[in-house]
Ligand binder design. Structure first.
Ligand code: TXE
Length: 483
């Protein structure tokens, strides 16, 4: 099959354009293992083109009334919503996630992000300070040309989550989606003109992280980078950005604890812990991959969890009843399977899953991994310390608050935690002492977009969320006069 008619294009200066070097690489559908589109292998030349367009557009966009910027962003949200089915199908095909999940979360949130930040564009202002001898106010001005680099696990959701605050604040954006899942970013870029974005305000360049991504981090005229992805990549970006004193926001990996006490609402905790472990095939930075259960309920909890895991329907992401789709790529599947082997070597007892699942028909070569449950792994072993980012959860019993806190805090990461207990005081103690940027009590992944979002330790630097992201994408100017 020739893929020449299914080419993804860059979006630069208001035009969909081929990469200047004419090079492309294949886009693989994870559920089938087959190439179905071509992705531009962009390089410095394309970036230079995008930076020039963005610099030209900046004064006009900066001076556009915030209400007008908001209007354009809302129009883009409407255009996405009007094509909901197309976006859902494309996201599922590109990523391997069930269409039902893309329809429930990815695409609606992709559009909602523009609405949330459209509101901020109009409302965002600086502080005032009144003292005996002086009166000051703070202006928040856009930075200029900024860049967003996003990952493959929630492709449109994270692409827009980063781009929307940058645009709302009056910056011009060069956005680089993941080369593993570029399709919905391309579809969005094709709607930008109709939404009313002036040419050069929003640019999308596709390609490899090590090539176009690295070019972005090194470009002297790109003044801020918002990144979500792996910790190793985040560190490389941080280092590359340092000599330019670029502003950097890093949302990185996690090895998140789910902690279930013996007084928890049992059924809610089992379902919550299962969802936290396996949502999106375990490929969410917030997933709870270490499941600590109080020893008094451990056996009963394990049994209930395994019953629920056995019910998870693995299948073609296009089928309406599929709950568990393909992992994102062959390389990622191999990485997750290698961790499953490692867990066995480290003494883990396999309770469920543990294998690639071979399906019939259209998906016979797809990258499916069974929801996998281990127990008996010591808290300090690699399986319990390193981010696997797949459908693998490790069950660990505990006897006291102190013990579980020590284990929960023992990894290099600190992104999210989920604590299940009906004792409000204990919940508050745990929330205070767990080293993570987000603590959910009796829930998981309940998001209020206004709240700060991000991690401690190796999970990142800075926070996202409506207020924090608007702060990141603006600079402050203090204006003082005497009284
Ligand atoms: O992500 P990368 P990968 C974790 C997860 C996964 C691991 C690696 O554990 O197994 O990271 O995944 C761009 N300069 N997460 O390799 O490389 C890249 O093109 C500039 C956690 O797929 O971090 C893509 O757009 N950019 C996670 C983006 O970085 C570079 C989500 C993310 O890719 C670059 C995904 C470079 N040198 C993976 N190298 C989360 N926290 O949600 C790559 N990129």
């Amino acid at each position: 099959m020739s893929l020449d008619n299914n080419k993804i294009l860059n979006f630069i200066g208001g035009e969909l354009v081929e990469p200047i070097n004419g090079d492309y690489f294949e886009n693989i559908e994870p559920a089938t293992g087959k190439a179905y589109a071509l992705i531009p292998d962009s390089d410095e030349q394309d970036l230079e083109h995008a930076v020039t367009a963005a610099k030209q557009a900046f004064p006009g966009w900066r001076d556009t009334a915030p209400e007008k910027r908001a209007q354009i962003m809302i129009k883009l949200a409407e255009l996405i919503e009007a094509r909901m089915d197309e976006f859902v199908a494309a996201e599922s095909r590109d990523n391997g996630k069930p269409q039902s999940l893309a329809a429930a979360i990815d695409i609606p949130r992709g559009a909602a992000n523009f609405r949330a930040f459209a509101r901020m564009a109009a409302d965002f202002g600086g502080e005032r300070f009144e003292k005996d001898s002086s009166s000051s106010y703070v202006l928040r001005t856009p930075i200029g040309v900024v860049s967003t680099i996003s990952p493959w696990n929630l492709p449109l959701l994270l692409f827009t989550w980063k781009m929307a605050p940058a645009l709302a604040a009056g910056n011009c954006v060069i956005a680089k989606p993941s080369e593993v899942t570029p399709m919905t970013a391309y579809m969005l870029s094709a709607l930008a003109n109709e939404a009313g974005f002036p040419p050069g305000v929003l640019n999308v360049v596709h390609g490899m992280g090590a090539k176009i991504g690295a070019a972005i981090t090194n470009h002297p005229d790109i003044s801020a980078i918002s990144f979500t992805g792996g910790t190793a990549t985040g560190l490389a970006i941080y280092q590359a950005a340092a000599p330019h004193l670029k502003k950097v926001s890093l949302e990185l990996g996690g090895k998140n604890p789910t902690v279930v006490f013996d007084d928890a609402d049992f059924d809610a905790a089992v379902t919550g812990a299962k969802t936290a472990a396996f949502a999106n095939q375990g490929q969410i930075c917030l997933c709870g991959s270490r499941l600590f259960v109080h020893q008094d309920i451990y056996d009963r909890f394990k049994q209930s969890l395994l019953e629920q895991v056995a019910e998870i329907k693995i299948g073609d992401p296009q089928q309406a009843d599929t709950q568990h789709g393909a992992t994102v790529s062959e390389a990622h599947m191999e990485k997750v399977l290698a961790y499953i082997e490692l867990a066995k070597q480290e003494g883990g007892k396999l309770l469920a899953g543990g294998q690639r699942r071979m399906l019939q028909g259209r998906c016979q070569d797809g990258y499916f991994i069974e929801p996998t449950v281990f127990e008996n792994l010591p808290s300090g072993c690699r399986t319990n310390q390193e981010e696997i980012f797949g459908p693998v959860v490790s069950l660990i019993p505990f006897s006291s608050e102190q013990e579980v806190l020590e284990m929960a805090n023992s990894t290099p990461y600190g992104l999210a935690a989920s604590v299940w207990t009906q004792d409000q005081d204990r919940a508050a103690r745990m929330a205070e002492q767990i080293d993570s940027g987000i603590v959910w009590i009796n829930c998981w992944n309940l998001r209020d977009l206004d709240t700060p979002f991000g991690g401690m330790k190796k999970s990142g630097l800075g926070r996202e969320g409506t207020w924090d992201a608007m702060h990141f994408f603006t600079q402050q100017k203090t204006v003082t006069s005497p009284k």
